[in-house]
Design a protein around this ligand. Structure first.
Ligand code: NAG
Ligand code: NAG
Ligand code: NAG
Length: 478
């Protein structure tokens, strides 16, 4: 049931998109034609009846659905098959824009030494304290939250939809490690120096023949940090951002980022933060999904996070910590004073696997990696801002937020009595939501970049992003 749900849902999305685009053109007249013709009316009735019957089957007999879908998955993985009209060309950039930056990995972030984190194509160090045996290759890594750009790069390089012929490509990937670079320059006072590499990238791109063909509209970058780090404003406070996403050339491109600017980011598309699980096979994925499905969850809810200094964002965090401490049904993992448990992935996932709901307070920005750790653990996320997920990851999340999450506005009354609100949700609803959350795991996971195309057998975050991007670019270029 778990994995393969992506098949129907991927095509369903495509279908919905298609319908949306055609709606105004043709469907209205077809529809009236059908209604006015008795023969067709009967056929339509029969069709609707059968569809409903089928839906009921799927709903009411989930176990049948399980076994069915697992078989589908196994048969589906044909060797190196590229799905979804994607043909992606990967620029071979001068090393200064990506791999060359890694030589100074201890200088890449003003707060941390990134050397352990950039290892293994950005997966980081293997984790051997995960108490789950998942076959021969270990899929667990202590992955850094801001490293998606490296994993994305490694995965696309090895992707069945990659083409080496720019003439045949419908997508052009510019593998710039912009997040790693910007965090190495946070303390650079001179803006010219801070922006230099971004400006250099744009100079490089604009003279490329492939750029000129569509003014870069079919080009994209993927960034492991939030868009705020690349959108310095003259009026706002200077927290170290550069100007990358404000450059006219980059505005013509699509920008994949772990957090988009909901107001000025029309060319920005949210991609998941990487969590710790990077499976190479659908077997590993299914084993994990079954494990979180069967997990015992004694806690109603949990919160993992640090109190924040300052007023605005701190308010909701402090409120949560207070409510969690007061509740016997809440598990709190408080991350102040460098609590080592907060840096231990197995500890974090354990807390989440034992909880039914995981509170997602906005952090330094709207989004949190923790949202993806929670989903990976089968823990239903509770959001307090629409910008923590709903306005961010449209390509990856079900359209209907209540299918997989709970929303309590941070200004509203519900967020003042979290336990009470969560306790009122009927058990069946909780189970349905959790099933949806567990079904979402594959699409939000970054598969191991070296996974063979034959074995992977499920669509991961990179597959979903490339397919959605190809549709999007197809629509803006035509
Ligand atoms: C992927 O394979 C290449 C070539 O065999 C190897 O150099 C690299 O370390 C592998 N990456 C990971 C993350 O294991
Ligand atoms: C910033 O750096 C550039 C290039 O090195 C230099 O020309 C400029 O004078 C510097 N600006 C300031 C304010 O120091
Ligand atoms: C961006 O695209 C527009 C066409 O939509 C084009 O006129 C403009 O020159 C492009 N900008 C750059 C920097 O390539």
């Amino acid at each position: 049931m778990l994995l393969s749900k992506k098949q129907p849902s991927a095509s369903a999305t495509k279908w919905i998109e298609k319908v949306k685009y055609q709606k105004h053109k043709e469907s209205y007249s077809y529809f009236t034609f059908f209604l006015n013709n008795p023969k067709f009316r009967y056929a339509a009735f029969l069709f609707v009846f059968l569809s409903l019957w089928f839906l009921l089957q799927v709903r009411w007999f989930p176990s049948t659905r399980t076994s069915q879908l697992v078989t589908q998955t196994t048969s589906k993985s044909s060797p190196g098959k590229c799905n979804g009209d994607v043909s992606v060309y990967v620029y071979v950039l001068p090393a200064e824009f990506n791999l060359g930056l890694l030589h100074d990995c201890n200088q890449l972030n003003v707060y941390t030494n990134m050397c352990p984190h950039v290892a293994n194509n950005g997966l980081g160090q293997p984790l051997d304290n995960m108490d789950v045996g998942l076959g021969e290759s270990n899929p667990w890594f202590a992955t850094h939250q801001f490293i998606a750009e490296m994993i994305f790069h490694a995965r696309v390089e090895n992707h069945p939809c990659r083409t080496c012929d720019p003439e045949r490509a419908n997508l052009f990937y510019v593998p710039f490690y912009g997040g790693l670079h910007v965090s190495s320059k946070f303390r650079e006072q001179n803006h010219t120096i801070r922006d230099a590499l971004a400006v250099g990238l744009v100079d490089y791109l604009q003279v490329q023949p492939a750029w000129r063909k569509n003014n870069g509209k079919d080009h994209f970058i993927a960034l492991g940090r939030t868009s705020w780090d690349f959108m310095r404003t003259d009026s706002g406070p200077d927290f170290g951002a550069n100007c990358l996403l404000n450059l006219p050339c980059v505005k013509n491109m699509s920008v994949l980022t772990v957090e988009r600017n909901p107001w000025k980011g029309s060319n920005q598309h949210g991609i998941p933060y990487p969590s710790y699980f990077h499976p190479s096979t659908s077997e590993q994925m299914l084993t994990w999904q079954r494990m979180v499905q069967g997990s015992n969850r004694p806690y109603l809810f949990s919160f993992i996070g640090a109190p924040r200094k300052g007023v605005g964002k701190a308010a909701i965090r402090d409120e949560m910590i207070k409510q969690c401490m007061e509740s016997t049904q809440c598990r709190l993992l408080k991350c102040d004073h460098g609590n080592p448990k907060c840096y231990n992935p197995s500890e974090i996932l354990k807390v989440m696997r034992e909880s039914q709901f995981c509170l997602q307070a906005p952090g330094d920005s709207f989004t949190r990696r923790s949202t993806f750790d929670a989903i990976l653990s089968g823990c239903i996320p509770v959001f307090f801002s629409r910008h923590t997920a709903y306005t961010q990851y449209a390509w990856f999340l079900p359209e209907e937020a209540s299918e997989y999450s709970v929303y309590m506005d941070e200004q509203g009354d519900e967020s003042k009595r979290i336990q009470e609100v969560l306790m009122k949700i009927p058990k069946e609803d909780v189970e349905r939501m959790r099933a949806t959350v567990i079904d979402m795991i594959p699409r939000l996971t970054y598969a191991h970049p070296n996974a063979s195309n034959t074995d992977l057998g499920f669509e991961d975050a990179v597959d979903v992003a490339l397919q959605a991007l190809a549709r999007h670019v197809g629509n803006i270029i035509l």
